[in-house]
Design a protein around this ligand. Structure first.
Ligand SMILES: Nc1ncnc2c1ncn2[C@@H]1O[C@H](COP(=O)(O)OP(=O)(O)OP(=O)(O)O)[C@@H](O)[C@H]1O
Ligand SMILES: [Mg+2]
Length: 274
């Protein structure tokens, strides 16, 4: 298998914090790669780098062998058009209908396409997410699970090569979560696409992932299959996988907190710079 996404030595500082600190990653064409990690660890930031919405301080990203070149808008927009994205929170337009939301993506990504074909693609994408015929409903009238499905339809409607999913099941009940996970696996079988899914739900990660990567302190701490993840002896990864409040991740966090408190008490820079 050939890599469709290659990332080398990515660095990004945000709010004086090293969010990405020398991260390297390779995602194979046609696989579902799941990125896990605690809240605030930089999962969404990494996705935004892959699609070119954020520019790294240092490092290189290649999509299908073509390097992201931030000073060349034509290269950036042609690379972006190879992606579909499901944003964290859905990012649907409440004041538009389901159909208008999906058409919006097509108008943006495939402006040259003829109107009838756009309508046809929009209807087909709703069939793929098992919501046929709901194009005239208003977004505000949908349940959380339906909204995620519509966001999914919008992400795949332009038939992108790579789909990035940022937390496709967060905020959903366990049954709806399971049906969305089934749908992701099913879509993967039907469509020849590469999926990159961000989640902090370990159960979902194990179910949908061909490979899983865990982000910690700006790097990929672990990379492997669901089986390898379950068997890992890395204490940091184990704490996350087992969802324990006690362990090395918590200990490190408490040390950082202590350092900040000490600095604050001594009139240090940390709070002044906030
Ligand atoms: N545009 C931005 N400007 C400044 N800081 C940012 C920006 N986006 C993210 N950050 C910071 O970068 C860090 C990582 O954020 P990110 O949203 O990637 O976390 P995450 O892993 O996706 O968390 P969650 O699981 O809660 O969504 C956080 O400290 C966040 O405050
Ligand atoms: Mg996020």
């Amino acid at each position: 298998m050939a890599a469709i996404i290659e990332v080398y030595d990515l660095h990004k500082v945000l709010n004086k914090k090293k969010v990405l600190d020398g991260l390297s990653l390779s995602i194979q064409r046609g696989e579902t790669f799941v990125l896990i990690g605690q809240s605030g660890v930089g999962k969404s930031v990494l996705l935004k780098h892959l699609i070119g919405l954020m520019r790294p301080d240092k490092g290189e990203i290649f999509i299908d062998g073509i390097q992201l070149d931030y000073d060349k808008p034509e290269i950036m927009s042609s690379l972006r058009s190879r992606f579909g994205m499901l944003f964290q929170g859905g990012a649907l337009f409440d004041s538009l209908t389901v159909g208008e939301n999906i058409l919006f993506a097509l108008e943006h990504l495939r402006p040259e396409m003829d109107q009838n074909e756009k309508l046809e693609r929009m209807r087909r994408s709703l069939e793929l997410v098992e919501l046929p015929g709901i194009e005239d409903l208003m977004i505000a009238s949908l349940s959380g699970g339906m909204m995620k499905r519509v966001a999914l339809a919008r992400a795949i409607v332009a038939e992108p090569e790579i789909v990035l999913f940022d937390e496709p099941t967060t905020g959903l009940d366990p049954i709806t979560t399971a049906t969305i996970n089934d749908l992701i696996v099913d879509l993967k079988k039907k469509l020849a696409m590469t999926f990159v899914v961000v989640t902090h739900d370990i159960k979902s990660a194990l179910f949908i992932g061909d490979r899983i990567g865990m982000l910690y302190r700006g790097q990929l701490l672990f990379e492997g299959t669901p089986e390898e993840l379950k068997k890992t002896n890395n204490p940091y990864v184990k704490q996350f996988v087992e969802g324990r409040s006690q362990g090395p991740i918590t200990e490190e966090y408490q040390k950082q907190l202590q350092t900040m408190k000490t600095l604050a008490q001594s009139g240090g820079e940390v709070w002044k710079n906030k």
